[in-house]
Design a protein around this ligand. Structure first.
Ligand code: NAP
Ligand code: MG
Length: 400
């Protein structure tokens, strides 16, 4: 039994991923690692009961203990508020935790030998660094009902206001005001540089500064300043920084072999990370790591609660949901705990766990989403895939 020196913040979640969560903990973690877990139940029912206080408490716990691991959670839609008789449409727990930690989200695909990737040139992971603050995610929007002038007004703490006309409407339309802060963009740039140095991979940043000469250029300039400030370290690590226009970068990416981190503004990161996940094969093979500027880490699978599979599970039908990203969230958190506390045995266990998962897949034990890729058909033969439980059992067997 490997003993950890400090606790891990554990955040439970919803639906199919909650089912997987329990299995992974019971079969792959508890028998091998003795680690105190500070448990927060972010399942929708408990969030509703506590009026979402539990999410805020969990975020504060990550700040205290530095490392957390999170299960996927439901962000309730209006329909789900009625379906589950919720007090209100609670906001995304991930959004709450991200704002509390001012973190950057890194999404990294997991490559397994034998699983073909959709984009043939991709040989190594493309890590997406998504800025997780502001832009359209903190926008103020207004439907313009009819003719009139819309302005942008800055009223400084002291001094005269500054105004710009957005548009003189001749009829109905719509406007949106978005913002970002220097502090947040700078810590985003630093987090990306730290990640690139850590992993010894090149860093790209892209935006549309040719069109957005103030807003996007603001980001571009900060990246230029921060990479210049870290030039010596980057040279020593043998890594490079490149700025590309977003449309150029998208095209380049299709021809690239991977092994880079691609830093993106909030919306671009949201969209491109799903493109990259799909290009590497399956949503079940993408992990997500939130890194705060003061060195807190949260690990999770990048996918959601896999609602459709959960319906089958509840109906008593067998499921074949991929648990790889969830297992890698645990191994990532354990490795980070081991690194922060100088417990190399814990890091070695994380490596062993990941190897057991990848070996199982390479030797042909896989869930249906991966069998679809190896068999190049939407409906692979039954003998080509195992159930949700079967996969986790197979990994457990390899660990013992
Ligand atoms: P999802 O859980 O990501 O699943 C969408 C589809 O992708 C699934 O139906 C499945 O396709 C495939 N898929 C995703 N993960 C898979 C896995 N591990 N193994 C096999 N296939 C996988 O998205 P959703 O069902 O649209 O969203 C469900 C809930 O998740 C929503 O309430 C949303 O708010 C929440 N969500 C949470 C997070 C988070 O907490 N990080 C992130 C995103 C969404 P097939 O059905 O074709 O097999
Ligand atoms: Mg998204």
């Amino acid at each position: 039994m490997i003993k950890a020196k400090n606790p891990l913040v554990e955040m439970d979640g919803d639906q199919m991923t909650r089912v997987i969560w329990k299995l992974v903990k019971e079969k792959l973690i508890a028998p091998f690692v003795d680690i105190p877990l500070e448990y927060y139940d972010l399942g929708l029912g408990h969030r509703d009961q506590t009026e979402d206080k539990v999410t805020h408490d969990a975020a504060l716990a990550i700040k205290r203990h530095k490392v957390g691991v999170k299960c996927a959670t439901i962000t309730p839609s209006i329909a789900q508020v009625q379906e589950y008789h919720l007090k209100k449409a609670w906001v995304s727990p991930n959004g709450t935790i991200r704002s509390e930690l001012d973190g950057t989200v890194f999404r990294k695909p997991i490559l397994a030998k034998g699983i073909p990737v959709a984009v043939r040139s991709w040989k190594k992971p493309i890590v997406i660094g998504r800025h997780a603050y502001g832009d359209i995610y903190k926008a103020t929007e207004l439907a313009v009902p009819g003719p009139g002038k819309v302005e942008l007004v800055y009223t400084p703490a002291s001094g005269a206001p500054e105004r710009r006309t957005i548009h003189e409407f001749k009829g109905p339309g719509v406007v949106m005001g978005i913002h970002n802060t220097e502090k947040s963009v700078r810590s985003f740039a630093r987090a990306c540089i730290r990640y690139a140095l850590d992993q010894k991979i090149d860093l790209w940043f892209s935006s549309k500064d040719t069109i957005s000469k103030t807003y996007h250029t603001f980001f571009k300039n900060i990246f230029a300043e921060e990479t210049a400030a870290h030039a010596a370290e980057m040279a020593q690590a043998g890594i490079h920084y490149r700025y590309l226009l977003i449309d150029d970068a998208v095209a380049q990416m299709m021809k690239h072999e991977g092994g880079i981190i691609w830093a993106l503004m909030n919306y671009d990161g949201d969209v491109q990370s799903d493109m990259v996940a799909a290009g590497f094969g399956s949503l079940g093979m993408m992990t997500s790591e939130l890194v705060s500027p003061d060195g807190c880490y949260e690990f999770e699978a990048a996918h959601g609660t896999v609602a459709r599979h959960y319906k089958d599970h509840v109906a008593g039908k067998p499921t074949s949901t991929n648990s790889v990203a969830t297992i890698f969230a645990w191994s990532g958190a354990l490795r980070k705990r081991g690194q922060l506390d100088a417990t190399p045995e814990l890091c070695a266990f994380a490596d062993r766990l990941e190897k057991a998962v990848l070996d199982a897949i390479t030797e042909g034990t896989m869930t249906r989403d991966l069998a679809r890729l190896t068999h190049e058909t939407a409906d692979p033969p039954r003998e080509s895939w195992v159930t949700t439980e079967g996969f986790i059992e197979a990994v457990a067997k390899r660990l013992t």
